[in-house]
Design a protein around this ligand. Structure first.
Ligand SMILES: *Cc1c(COP(=O)(O)O)cnc(C)c1O
Length: 390
C-alpha cells in the first residue's frame, strides 16, 4: 500500500503508465537510444539552437567569468547585471517597457497569474491552454471561466454575461501556438474583444517565439498585433535553445510581479551561463541565419505534413511545426510509437490527461536542421504504419 504499487499497477492496466526515454549524445535531429541511432521527431529545439556553437560559447564564457550559480533569489543577491541586460533585451524584442525572467515556463505561468489576478478579477482561459496556465489559474484567487478552444463567439458570450457584475481586472489568457494541436490562437479577434471589454490579453508564446513572424517575434508578429498584447509570456527552452522563461510587459506589471509572484520571489534565479545563452539566442534569431533557419523549418514542416494531409489523416488543425496525427485510443497509439521506434523514429504518443479521452495522438515536431530525406521517410513510415491499423 505505502509503496504506491497499487497506483502504478492501475496506471499500467489502463495503458497510461509513462516512462522517460534516455537519449545519449548532444541535442540534435539524430541521437542515440539504447545504443541505436534514432531520428528525433519530438524535440522542441525547433531552430537547432540547443547545440549552436555561439550559444555554447556564450554559456561557457559567462560560466567561467561569473560562476555556475546566481547564489540566491532575485530579491536577495541573485540579481546580476546579466539578468537586467537580458530582461531589457527581451522587452526590446517584444516591444514592451520591461521584461522579467522566470526559472521556467511553468514557474512563469503560475507566478504571473497568481501574482496579478486576485479576488474580484476574472480569467478567461482557452480550454486547451497549457497545464501551467491551468495551474496558474488554480493558484490565483480570481474567478476562472474556460471558453471552448479558440471559440471567440463563446468567449464574447461569457464576457457579456459577466459584464453587469464586473468588479476587477479581466484577463484573456491563451497559448499563441497550442502545444498539443499545433494550431494558432485567433489573436486578432481576441485583441478586438480585449479592447471592447477592457481586458488584458496574455499570450503564452512558448512555441511561437523564435519560430513565427518575419523576425521571430512570435505569434503576435505573425498576426501583426504584437503591440496589442499586454502580457507576452515565452520560454527559453524551446526555439531559443536554452532554459527558463520570461514575461515582457509594462513596467508596472513587472514591478508588481517582482513583489508578488511567489515562483519568482521564493526561487533561486537563473545561473549566468543560461542567461548568456539566451542573449545569444536572440542575436541568432534576429540575424539572417535565424531567418534561414525559420525558412528551413517551414519547408520541412510542409514536407512532413503535406503527404499526411493529402492521405486524409487528421492533423488536429495544425498549421505549425507541431504536427499531431490523431490516433484515438491509448493502445494503438502506444503500439504505433513502439513500432516507429523499431524503425528508428522517436516520437511520443500523447495520452490523457495531456489530451482529452479518445484524442490520443502521435505528436511530431520538426527542427530546422532535420534532413529533408529523413523527414520524407518518416512521413512515409508513419502513413504505412497507421494505414495498416486503420
Ligand atoms: C513548454 C510550455 C510551457 C512550460 O515551459 P517550461 O520552460 O518547459 O517550463 C508553458 N507553456 C507552454 C504553452 C509550453 O508549451
Amino acid at each position: 500500500m505505502n509503496d504506491f504499487s497499487d497506483l502504478l499497477e492501475e496506471l499500467e492496466q489502463r495503458g497510461m503508465r509513462r516512462f522517460p526515454r534516455t537519449l545519449d549524445g548532444a541535442q540534435g535531429p539524430r541521437m542515440k537510444m539504447d545504443g541505436r541511432d534514432v531520428l528525433v521527431l519530438c524535440s522542441n529545439n525547433y531552430l537547432g539552437l540547443a547545440n549552436h556553437p555561439h550559444l555554447v560559447e556564450a554559456a561557457a564564457r559567462a560560466t567561467r567569468d561569473l560562476g555556475t550559480s546566481s547564489g540566491a533569489s532575485r530579491l536577495v543577491s541573485g540579481s546580476m547585471r546579466i539578468h537586467d541586460e537580458f530582461e531589457q533585451r527581451l522587452a526590446d524584442f517584444k516591444g514592451t517597457e520591461a521584461g522579467l525572467l522566470f526559472n521556467s515556463g511553468y514557474a512563469a505561468n503560475i507566478g504571473i497569474l497568481q501574482g496579478l489576478a486576485g479576488p474580484g478579477d476574472v480569467i478567461f482561459s482557452d480550454a486547451l491552454n497549457h497545464a501551467s496556465i491551468i495551474d496558474g489559474c488554480r493558484l490565483s484567487a480570481a474567478r476562472v471561466l474556460v471558453y471552448p478552444h479558440t471559440d471567440v463567439q463563446a468567449l464574447e458570450d461569457l464576457m457579456q454575461r459577466e459584464r453587469p457584475d464586473r468588479k476587477g481586472h479581466w484577463f484573456i489568457v491563451t497559448d499563441g501556438v497550442f502545444s498539443m494541436d499545433g494550431d494558432l490562437a485567433p489573436l486578432p479577434e481576441l485583441v478586438a474583444l480585449k479592447k471592447q471589454y477592457d481586458a488584458l490579453l496574455m499570450v503564452d508564446d512558448a512555441h511561437g517565439t523564435g519560430v513565427l513572424g518575419d523576425s521571430g517575434r512570435g505569434s503576435g508578429e505573425h498576426f501583426g498585433c504584437l503591440p496589442d498584447i499586454d502580457l507576452h509570456m515565452g520560454t527559453l527552452g524551446k526555439a531559443l535553445g536554452g532554459f527558463g522563461a520570461y514575461l515582457a510587459s509594462s513596467r508596472a506589471v513587472v514591478d508588481l510581479l517582482i513583489n508578488r509572484a511567489r515562483s519568482l520571489i521564493f526561487s533561486t534565479s537563473l545561473p549566468p551561463g543560461v542567461v548568456a545563452a539566451g542573449l545569444e539566442a536572440l542575436a541568432v534569431i534576429e540575424s539572417d541565419e535565424g531567418r534561414r533557419r525559420r525558412q528551413d523549418l517551414w519547408s520541412l514542416r510542409e514536407l512532413f505534413a503535406g503527404p499526411l494531409r493529402e492521405a486524409g489523416f487528421d492533423l488536429c488543425g495544425s498549421v505549425t511545426q507541431i504536427v499531431p496525427v490523431l490516433t484515438g485510443e491509448p493502445g494503438p497509439t502506444m503500439e504505433a510509437t513502439s513500432r516507429l521506434l523499431e524503425a528508428g523514429i522517436f516520437l511520443q504518443g500523447i495520452r490523457p490527461p495531456t489530451v482529452p479521452e479518445g484524442k490520443c495522438r502521435l505528436r511530431a515536431t520538426l527542427m530546422s536542421d532535420h534532413d529533408p530525406q529523413d523527414i520524407s521517410h518518416a512521413a512515409a513510415t508513419l502513413m504505412e504504419l497507421l494505414g495498416e491499423s486503420r
